[in-house]
Every structure is written in structure tokens, then in C-alpha cells.
Design a protein around this ligand. Structure first.
Ligand code: C2E
Ligand code: CA
Ligand code: CA
Ligand code: CA
Length: 281
């Protein structure tokens, strides 16, 4: 928002006023939501395409506003980032997810290698103590590092300050998996991928959508797979909705998929019924 200066008269038009007010209201509501049990974590299976079994899950935060009902994270995560709330929100989601994973490991819902993939915003990686905090939490919940994946977008890799790079290295030293989320939509190329100690990429849904219909999408996925194999990175395809897409991905050598074809993100109880250790629904 622009600041009012002595020489300026009209700063906001009406619609901008509304937009700013809406953001401030959201920010206040989100602050309250954090302390008020309005947030929960949904889990979407990561599927071994060949067997149809869940080898892991992505933790996705959910907010049910008392009056407005469910609000999409695509709406409130950017607001949390701008408002300086993403650290607190991210801490909450990660701790909740680790607590859940610990319980599932203890009661046999998941096997010993099942991992939870947790979204990390670029801002969180600028905090130098972040790896230490994650490490302490894994100890606290008795979750081994191989059972934790952190998803970050390509923007992390182009941040010039160096703090994020150090943070990413320290996280990798802990032994957690590091995945590039929405891969293909950002600016990072091969060079960045080689310089950062990532363990895998998640192919953005926009490329998966076109599979079977659009040659260009197929070519892009093929290129990502070839590059990932050369760099020994794992590949997860996001947003798989149809069998045509699944079969095209499998034919190109993608082994892990995520999407509505197998199942959406669901509450923990439903995850257990659908994906209990035996794997298939
Ligand atoms: P994302 O990390 O790319 O997560 C994947 C999104 O795609 C999720 O939306 C998921 O529900 C949706 N999705 C999964 N399968 C399909 C499919 O087959 N088709 C379609 N059309 N969509 C599918 P969701 O849960 O609404 O989350 C939106 C975004 O919000 C996430 O995108 C992520 O960027 C952010 N987000 C969610 N939870 C967190 C969190 O705990 N921390 C942070 N920093 N960001 C989060
Ligand atoms: Ca993600
Ligand atoms: Ca994604
Ligand atoms: Ca996304």
C-alpha cells in the first residue's frame, strides 16, 4: 500500500480501499485462527504408481473460518507470508504433522519408511535456526529424518542472500528429503539443481494436465525425467487426475504420483481408513 504524503491527496480508490481492508481483516482472523483451533492438517497420499500403495503423504493446511467456512491455503498462505505469520503457521503445521506421523508409526498405520512431505515457505528458510528447530522436533517426536520431506519452491534457489542456501545445506545434512515443489514453473535450471542438495522434484500439475493431449507437455515431462535421472533425483508427478495421465507418466519413467485419481487430501481418520499399511484403498 502507498503511504499518504503531504503532497498527495487521493491515495486509494474505493476498490483498493476494500482490498486493503479485506487483507487486514484476514490477517486479524488468521492470527486468531492460530490460537483458536481453526486450523487442521489434511493428508494426501503419495503413490507408488506401479503398486498403487501410499509411500508417503503431503501435509496440507486447512482453515475453517467460523463465519466464512473453509478458506483456501492458496488465499491465506500469501497473506500469512506478507503479515509475518508464516513462521508461526509453518511451525504449527510441521509440529502437528510430526505428531501425527509419530502416532501412525506407533500404531502401525504406516510402515517404517513412510514419509510426510511438509511445505516450507521461502521466508522460513531465511531463518538461520530453522534446521536446528526441525532437528529438535524430529527428536522430540521420535521421527527419523528419512521419514521427513520438505517441499520448497524454486524461488528459494534464486535468493541471493546466502542464508537460505546455508539453511538448505544444513537441512540436507540432517538427512531429510528436500523436494522442489511446482518444478518447471520457476526460474531454476540445471545449474541451481546441481548446486543445491535437493533430493527430488515435484512436476507441476500444469505439465501433467496436458499429458495424452498435448505434445509439448509430454516433451517437458520427458525432459524433467531425463534430467532428474541424470542427477539421481526422485520425481513426483502432481495433480494426476486421469488414468491416461498416469499411464503416460509411467511410460516416461515417473514412479511416484499424487492426485485425485488416487485420492484428495483428507482428514487423518479418513487417511487411516483409506491408506492403512496394506496400502491400497
Ligand atoms: P501445493 O504445495 O502445490 O499443493 C498441491 C495442491 O494441489 C493442493 O492444494 C492439493 O489439494 C491440490 N491437488 C492435489 N491433487 C490434485 C489434483 O489431482 N487436481 C487438482 N486440481 N489439484 C490437486 P491446496 O491444499 O489447496 O494447497 C494450495 C497451496 O497452498 C499448496 O500448493 C501450497 O503452495 C500451499 N500450502 C498448503 N499447505 C501449506 C503449508 O502448510 N505451508 C505452506 N507454506 N504452504 C502450504
Ligand atoms: Ca507442495
Ligand atoms: Ca506443488
Ligand atoms: Ca502449487
Amino acid at each position: 500500500a502507498k503511504a499518504a504524503g503531504p503532497g498527495n491527496t487521493t491515495i486509494f480508490d474505493i476498490s483498493m480501499h476494500d482490498e486493503v481492508r479485506h487483507r487486514i481483516e484476514m490477517e486479524v482472523a488468521l492470527r486468531r485462527a492460530l490460537g483458536d483451533n481453526q486450523l487442521w492438517v489434511a493428508y494426501q497420499p503419495l503413490i507408488d504408481i506401479d503398486s498403487g500403495r501410499a509411500i508417503g503423504a503431503e501435509a496440507l493446511v486447512r482453515w475453517v473460518h467460523p463465519e466464512q467456512g473453509p478458506i483456501s491455503p492458496a488465499v491465506f498462505i500469501p497473506i500469512a507470508e506478507d503479515a509475518g505469520l508464516i513462521g508461526m503457521l509453518g511451525d504449527w503445521v510441521r509440529q502437528e504433522a510430526l505428531r501425527q506421523l509419530s502416532a501412525w508409526r506407533a500404531d502401525g498405520t504406516v510402515d517404517d519408511d513412510f514419509y510426510l512431505s511438509i511445505n516450507v515457505s521461502a521466508k522460513q528458510l531465511t531463518v538461520p535456526t530453522f534446521p536446528l528447530v526441525v532437528s529438535a522436533e524430529m527428536l522430540q517426536f521420535g521421527v527419523p529424518a528419512r521419514c521427513v520431506a520438505l517441499e520448497m519452491t524454486e524461488s528459494v534457489m534464486v535468493d541471493g542472500t546466502g542464508t537460505s542456501a546455508r539453511t538448505v545445506y544444513e537441512l540436507r545434512e540432517l538427512g531429510v528429503k528436500l523436494l522442489i515443489d511446482d518444478f518447471g514453473t520457476g526460474f531454476s535450471g540445471l545449474g541451481y539443481l546441481r548446486r543445491f542438495p535437493v533430493t527430488g522434484v515435484k512436476i507441476d500439475r500444469s505439465f501433467v494436465v496436458g499429458l495424452g493431449a498435448d505434445d509439448e507437455a509430454g516433451e517437458i515431462v520427458r525432459a524433467i525425467v531425463a534430467m532428474s535421472q541424470a542427477l539421481r533425483l526422485s520425481v513426483i508427478a502432481e495433480g494426476v487426475e486421469t488414468r491416461v495421465q498416469r499411464d503416460a507418466l509411467a511410460a516416461m519413467g515417473v514412479v511416484i504420483g499424487q492426485g485425485w485419481l488416487w485420492g484428495p487430501a483428507v482428514a487423518p481418520a479418513e487417511f487411516v481408513t483409506s491408506w492403512h499399511a496394506s496400502g491400497t484403498a
